[in-house]
Design a binder for this molecule. Structure first.
Ligand code: GDP
Length: 467
């Protein structure tokens, strides 16, 4: 039945494509990043920003007054959950502003824009309609791509090796030490292993680690409790027929074919433009191991955009490619603008390595530090005779107002990345604080700048050439 499914869906897509290309141009924009990177806030602010077109001066079509209107329309994919824009916007802009619920699974939203053409045609032709289909999906799901190349035995040994030293994995390691994969399969034992492993992944993710695959263990959605998510890595050993190890292996393979591949086929393969959001500040705050882990996680995410390295993806894409990729360090409003340059440099350095190797198969890339929604204002404070560039906002836990200096970011990003790569456990030159601010009520005064940081630049890079 899944084959029939695939065929009919394929047919639908084809007719969809024809009508879309014949009439209105469509841009499919993927928004991803690891959990809590800021996807939900980014999409909400992007859509609200385009609908109100308030303070979007870096968006050329808007500056030229060519965007006549922007409105939400029914999305093209009937079986994908709709991105819950109205609820998220109400959370952020209501009388009691709070952060919206984060991304749990894939969702979609169509924003249509009426745009007047530019140049000498502008006087002759009426406005065009351009559809922006925004597809929100967890970055964890992209990391799963690496699983496709691994057997269960390879994945197990990699995963076990990686977590040996991590305190978050203590309970799982204890349970797994008592589990002989060669013994007959026993469902409660499989469940205990899977549950403690999922627990480990959750805690590791909360503590800032990003290499937390299989991605669906973190965000299971309606697969929660199903066999396809009830497996865990086991130490190498005998695996006779009917054994626990044999069943785990079978489920690992099912995860690859029933969960990972369909995501890439149905969603990933259709994206034209992509933004990858990264919460680098939190990783820096959590110390060098978390930064090193972020570097590796990002490079694994980027592997999905260099399909030549993966046979499955190469076959799937058949030459189609993402045209533009933006790497954005989010929550730049946690830093005074004096430090934004350094933040962007860190993201640039993190992605450079991967970029120079394969140029992402021809995609145009950029790195920015942004805040989709500014929760702070800036101020200079003197401390021991020195000027400290601070930000002021409402603290999330106490509700109090505070000015805050997170710490110095190095001028050269390698001063952060190199010690992390070499296995340092703490930063040598002091700590780097992270704060959780509540979203500000929209009360910014004139002169305090727009309600975002460079969101308009991000949009210009991603879709400006198509407007
Ligand atoms: P998701 O898991 O990627 O969907 O992440 P969210 O969009 O839910 O963001 C996670 C959290 O990051 C939010 O609850 C906020 O606390 C914070 N956050 C996201 N974007 C911003 C921003 O632009 N500024 C600030 N100050 N915080 C943000």
């Amino acid at each position: 039945s899944s084959l029939v499914d695939g065929v009919s869906r394929g047919a639908e897509t084809v007719t969809d494509k024809v009508s879309e290309t014949l009439f209105d141009p469509t841009i499919r924009l993927g928004v991803t990043g690891l959990s809590r990177a800021g996807k939900t806030v980014f999409i909400t602010a992007l859509v609200a920003g385009l609908m109100n077109r308030n303070r979007m001066v870096q968006l050329e079509a808007e500056r030229d007054g060519r965007i006549q209107s922007a409105f939400l329309q029914p999305q093209p994919d009937d079986t994908v959950p709709r991105f819950d824009f109205e609820t998220h916007l109400a959370a952020l802009t209501g009388p009691n502003p709070h952060w919206p619920e984060s991304t749990r699974a894939v969702s979609e939203l169509r924003l249509s824009l009426l745009v007047r053409p530019s140049g000498f045609l502008s006087g002759l032709k009426g406005p065009r309609r351009v559809h922006l289909d925004i597809v929100d999906y967890p970055g964890e799901w992209l990391l799963d791509l690496a699983l496709l190349d691994k057997t269960y035995a390879q994945w197990s040994s990699d995963a076990l090796e990686r977590i040996q030293q991590r305190p978050q994995a203590a309970e799982f390691l204890a349970v797994s030490a008592q589990s002989d994969g060669g013994l007959p399969h026993d469902e409660p034992r499989a469940q205990a292993l899977a549950a403690t492993f999922a627990n480990y992944l959750q805690t590791a993710r909360r503590d800032g680690y990003s290499d937390c695959t299989p991605g669906r263990f973190l965000l299971p959605g309606d697969l929660a409790g199903s066999p396809v998510l009830t497996f865990a890595p086991l130490a190498a050993g005998k695996a006779p027929r009917g054994s626990l190890a044999r069943e785990m292996e079978r489920r690992f393979e099912a995860y690859k074919t029933r969960v990972v591949k369909p995501f890439f086929r149905d969603h990933f393969a259709r994206i034209d433009r992509q933004v990858v959001l990264v919460d680098a500040l939190t990783a820096i705050h959590n110390g060098p191991p978390a930064v090193e882990d972020m570097r590796r996680g990002l490079s694994d995410i980027l592997a999905a955009f260099r399909p030549g390295r993966n046979a499955f993806l190469t076959r799937l894409l058949r030459g189609k490619r993402v045209e533009k990729i933006l790497f954005a360090a989010t929550k730049a409003d946690h830093l005074h603008h004096h430090q934004h340059r350094q933040m962007a440099d860190i993201i640039q350095a993190l992605t450079n390595e991967a970029q120079s190797r394969a140029q992402f198969s021809g995609a145009e890339t950029a790195a920015l530090s942004i805040a989709a929604l500014r929760a702070t204002t800036e101020e200079m404070r003197t401390h021991n005779g020195a000027d400290l560039p601070c930000v002021r906002g409402t603290l999330l836990d106490s509700g109090r107002q505070a000015a805050f200096y997170p710490g110095a970011l190095p001028q050269d990003p390698q001063h952060l990345l190199a010690p992390a790569r070499q296995g340092a456990q703490t930063w040598l030159d002091g700590e780097f604080q992270a704060m959780n601010f509540a979203p500000a009520a929209l009360t910014l005064l004139p002169g305090e700048g727009p309600p975002h940081v460079r969101l308009d630049r991000a949009i210009e890079f991603l879709i400006g050439d198509r407007l």
